[in-house]
Design a protein. Sequence first.
Length: 322
Amino acid sequence: NGEMLVTDISGLLYRVSSDGKEKKELTGVPEIFRKGQGGLLDVEIHPDFSNNKLVYLAYSDPFPRRKGFTSIARAILSRSGLEDLQVIYKVDSEHATGKPYHFGSRIVFDDQNYLYFSIGDRGERDEAQLLSTPNGKIHRIHDDGRIPLDNPFVKNLNHISSIWCFGNRNPQGMAIHPKTRQIWSTEHGPRGGDELNIIEKGLNYGWPAITYGINYSGTSITDLTEKEGMEQPVWYWTPSIAVCGTDFYDGKAFQNWEQDLLVTSLKFERLHRVRLKGSQKIDEEVIFEAGSRVRDVEVGPNGFIYVCLEDPGRIVILKPIM
């Protein structure tokens, strides 16, 4: 109906009217691990929301001894809040860590209602290459949390059965191409080496064995930028723009932008439009100088572009000049 669900990292979930004039805090939100980049993260509605009213949340879940890890929950949305909350994905406590960064967090549904979500490496970069750990991965589950039997690593008891792909540093954006229906991801890199990837079953995206970036201190992570058995990104930004949320433009309000990718930049405080041809990037332009860290972008049902800014926290709408 044009209303918005908006998460705040502090743990608040808002229902915002379609005209932006009314903002209501919703009840029933799960407890969060609020530290650094951790908190209440992504929100997504079920593809059949009009019938089942299901809402999905990605959030940093608190564990004993001041540790946390990304979890996924679902609940029924009522006028006042969330009801019948179920945690449908939660790791064993051995994987939790007190480190305050790289929670990943993005959620998307495909056309068969499979749910994909990202978890960053949580500061344990070498574990991104291990199939026995959940961090540094993109996962795939049924909409109720069950593990699909055709997941790539489901048959090995020593592997995490929800893993769809691995070797991902910190994917903070995922979107489905409106025509090919492929999942594209923006991955927040180190100093240099932000990546744009097409996410496919069972593939290894290389982190930290290969990267186009270096440590924030200026030291080397690895001398390798490619290696057999590891995927190359569609594109990488060096210097980093600090990519976060992303969405494909599939509206009609902005002519000639159909199927272009909208990419946010935290570092340079702007919104990019990336033009693609098949699996290649052919052009890029800055379409909005925000003057604030740009956290997320969504194309609304009216074809307008909704941009989530951090300082101060607000949402702005981009409309074409008539």
